[in-house]
Design a protein around this ligand. Structure first.
Ligand SMILES: NC(=O)c1ccc[n+]([C@@H]2O[C@H](COP(=O)([O-])OP(=O)(O)OC[C@H]3O[C@@H](n4cnc5c(N)ncnc54)[C@H](O)[C@@H]3O)[C@@H](O)[C@H]2O)c1
Ligand SMILES: [Zn+2]
Ligand SMILES: [Zn+2]
Length: 349
């Protein structure tokens, strides 16, 4: 089978690998039908995570069909499924509270040891899923693979960002970053009653993508004026930071109205505190960090998609065969792609 292997910054390669097998009673082996490249994959790709192991099989967003399963999850064989990017045991105290990222077993597919132990990812023909009774969910029959795919990461993350942002009905939401996470968070903010969504991004291509989704798009420099316009001067009560950089967090703090809430869902790896604490204090802001938890919210997310309140497929700019994964990473890194879906249907089981 083929798998996308990290060879170092700006180098990924599709390699022939052994087909994975079930090793534990809760494992399932999924034949991947579609996977996606995420902004989270760009952190190692751009060399921002020097500890990331060369040889890691990448990819944490995938859908497929269960081919083989351990004794405890045997009922899943033949099931069309979506995987949560976040792996958790489902049984510990943290999991029982519904805080899966805090599970002692928490890790991400295809992400080396950045979060937990290293497990192979799903930009591949097959992938082993641990704790499959928790980490997989059936794809609802009414949803296509593409409609269901993002419930396993970016849509669940956008949903949680909007949920935690304390959006007042008819309020104005500012989103920092017009990648897929930012765009889907904007759609979820509208579904939760925001009257206006303003998205800031330095990339003209991403601003165009935001405008196509019906949002007001601004460069970071224009953000304050665009928020003032969109909110009749009242400001953004809720701000979602979907970049994962110090600059973006700083912009989020600068852009939030008094008593407003900031939800940072961009992945942060810095140990500095880059924000203007004086301003945050003076405006009595609430700052929260949040990690997407598909296991906790996929039923709600599927309901939104089924009801037509959010159409996650509108963010897909490229559908490529898995064989073209290298090109997919290059297009995505250069922002020529908004979201790349890799289709595995070009190969027989
Ligand atoms: N919290 C979670 O659970 C979770 C889940 C998925 C992704 N993420 C993280 O969310 C972030 C976004 O993911 P994505 O897939 O949308 O990535 P992406 O790379 O497609 O999008 C990021 C966007 O941010 C823009 N940007 C860069 N600097 C900016 C700035 N200073 N101000 C405004 N915009 C700026 C870029 O131009 C780009 O369009 C990444 O850090 C990713 O790791 C977090
Ligand atoms: Zn992701
Ligand atoms: Zn657990």
């Amino acid at each position: 089978m083929r798998g996308t292997v990290f060879r170092g910054p700006y180098q990924v390669e599709l390699r022939d690998l052994p087909v994975p097998r079930v090793r534990d009673a809760r494992d399932a082996v999924v034949r991947v039908t579609a996977s996606a490249i995420c902004g989270t994959d760009l952190h190692p790709y751009r060399g921002e995570l020097p500890e990331f192991d060369v040889g890691t099989v990448l990819g944490h967003e995938f859908v497929g069909v269960v081919e083989e399963a351990g004794d405890e999850v045997a009922h899943l064989v033949g099931q069309r499924v979506v995987a949560s990017d976040l792996v958790a045991c489902g049984r510990c105290r943290m999991c029982r509270l519904g805080w899966h990222y805090q599970c002692h077993e928490a890790t991400l597919f295809g992400y080396s040891t950045v979060v937990g132990r290293s497990i192979d990812g799903g930009q591949a023909d097959y992938v082993t899923v641990p704790f499959a009774d928790v980490v997989l969910t059936p794809c609802p029959d009414e949803l296509t693979d593409e409609q269901a795919l993002f419930a396993g990461d970016v849509l669940a993350t956008g949903y949680i960002a909007a949920e935690r942002a304390q959006i007042p009905l008819g309020g104005t939401v500012a989103v920092i970053g017009a990648g897929t996470v930012g765009l889907l968070a904007g759609m979820c903010a509208q579904a939760r009653g925001a009257a206006a969504v303003v998205i800031a991004d330095p990339s003209p291509a991403r601003r165009a993508a935001a405008a196509r989704c019906g949002f007001s798009a601004a460069s970071p420099e224009q953000l304050a004026a665009t928020i003032a316009d969109a909110s009749s001067g009242r400001g953004a009560q809720s701000v979602i930071e979907a970049v994962g950089s110090d600059a973006a967090l700083r912009l989020a703090v600068e852009s939030t109205a008094p008593r407003g809430t900031i939800v940072a869902v961009g992945a942060h790896h810095s140990d500095a505190a880059p924000l203007d604490a004086g301003r945050a204090f003076g405006r009595e802001l609430t700052l929260r960090f949040a990690v997407g938890d598909p296991i906790a919210v996929w039923d709600e997310v599927f309901a939104l998609v089924r009801a037509g309140r959010v159409d996650p497929t509108t963010v897909i700019s490229h559908r490529l065969p898995l064989a073209e994964v290298e090109c997919g990473y290059q297009l995505f890194d250069r922002k020529e792609a908004t979201k790349v879906v890799l289709v595995c249907g070009d190969v027989a089981g």
